[in-house]
Design a protein around this ligand. Structure first.
Ligand code: C5P
Length: 410
């Protein structure tokens, strides 16, 4: 039996994003039942949601004679939670004061479910004491607010009031639901951190990778029920400090060659490889056995390291292989080239020239490219949210390849 979520759409320009939210929730295996206020229907039609979800939409008008009279009561039966996205000042105000002048508000008052709300409105409206007081009332009653964020609003102004990004709302809903084990049965191999290539016993050539992105992929996958093996190079902060979660088997690998050995050994037993480690492209040809004495100049002869990802992806069979591309220029073109050249199913491209995301940060903003030509932009969000999106797409490719392999008996 699938978990059911009620998505309430109210009348804001952001309503078009609710269609994407519905799709994301369904991709995670949830049943999505949509309810729309009358003003929401001025921005997006019920038909859009009916086509997407395959289920009838609860509309604002009270039932006419001959129609199911208790639909606003029955609609939410068996659901796990309600998410109002976008949530207008009007609907929040009515809900705070127990107004039930349409089917949607009646359903909200009658459902008895946990409610989450993603406000969307003009900055001045959002800051108005009446709206703030309604939000406080609802929060005190247990409503969870997601956002709003700041940015350019549909009214042309800049400021707080923008509906939170779809991925962030989606992740908040999933967290609230907890325990959705949609990756149970999948075996994930994840690499993380920056390789270090020794120059001598005390010095090395390294890079700025913190390992946070790969660790987020491992942690989120394990939380969703996958069996996870993490091949970890240098992590910042170090792995025990980052709290290796239960259920993740960790193999340490300092250099590219060590990482290649670990990946080769584990690859045969995995379904999905996510290669988030920053592997050194070069290593010192002959590292010194003793600490090199200080001198006025020093010359290092470097040789090329193996490309781990490209080498295993050559023999990937029906495994799904995802790589990362840390780029400073021509991101998409370079990423697409790597996707093809390394025989990947998916590549996650990030712009490492930006200081507010990427290296060491808890945030990232990426573009995913798939082998079958999809391009998915993930707006700036926590690395956990980005990891969730990467896993969704990798898992979708994996499930599709499995479905092709095992045609249903007719
Ligand atoms: O070619 P580039 O280093 O940009 O490719 C990045 C992707 O390839 C990452 O997923 C990284 O983990 C992987 N890689 C690898 N072996 C290397 C270099 C990169 O597996 N020697």
């Amino acid at each position: 039996m699938k978990d059911t979520v009620i998505l309430v759409v109210t009348g804001s320009v952001a309503a078009y994003k609710s269609a994407l939210l519905a799709r994301r929730l369904m991709e995670r295996g949830l049943l999505v039942k949509v309810a729309m206020t009358a003003s929401a229907e001025r921005f997006i039609t019920p038909l859009t949601f009916e086509a997407l979800t395959g289920l009838p939409v609860l509309r604002a008008g009270f039932p006419q004679s001959g129609q199911a009279p208790m639909e606003h009561i029955n609609f939410s039966r068996g659901a796990r939670l309600v998410v109002i996205a976008p949530a207008t000042a009007n609907t929040l105000g009515k809900l705070a004061h127990g107004v039930a002048d349409d089917s949607i508000l009646s359903m909200l008052l009658a459902c008895g479910l946990p409610v989450m709300a993603a406000p969307a409105m003009n900055t001045q409206m959002y800051k108005h004491p009446a709206v703030q007081s309604n939000i406080s009332t609802l929060a005190a009653r247990g409503v969870t607010f997601i956002g709003p964020s700041s940015g350019s609003l549909a009214c042309g102004e800049e400021g707080e009031g923008k509906m939170e990004d779809v991925e962030t709302i989606f992740a908040a809903v999933m967290e609230k639901l907890g325990g959705v084990k949609d990756l149970a049965g999948a075996r994930l191999l994840v690499t993380a951190g920056g390789c270090q290539e020794p120059i001598d016993p005390v010095r090395y050539i390294g890079n700025r990778s913190s390992g946070k992105m790969g660790l987020a992929v491992a942690r989120v996958a394990a939380g969703r029920g996958a069996e996870v093996t993490l091949v970890a190079a240098h992590m910042e902060p170090s792995l025990p400090g980052t709290g290796t979660p239960e259920g993740i088997r960790v193999i340490r690998a300092q250099t590219a060659v060590e990482m290649q050995e670990a990946v080769r050994q584990e690859f045969v037993r995995c379904d999905i490889l996510v290669m988030a480690a920053a592997v050194s492209d070069y290593r010192v040809e002959s590292p010194a056995a003793e600490k090199v004495k200080k001198k006025s100049a020093m010359r290092l002869d470097l040789i090329e390291n193996p490309d781990i990802l490209a080498s295993v992806a050559l023999e990937k069979g029906d495994r799904v292989v995802a790589g990362f591309a840390a780029e400073t220029e021509d991101h998409l073109a370079s990423g697409r080239k790597k996707l093809m050249a390394k025989n990947l199913d998916l590549i996650v491209i990030n712009d490492v020239s930006r200081g507010d995301i990427g290296f060491g940060s808890d945030y990232n903003e990426v573009t995913l490219l798939t082998r079958d030509g999809k391009k998915i932009e993930i707006a700036r969000a926590t690395k956990d949210v980005v990891a969730g999106a990467v896993l969704d797409h990798a898992a979708a490719i994996w499930r599709a390849s499995q479905a092709m392999e095992q045609p249903e008996a007719s």
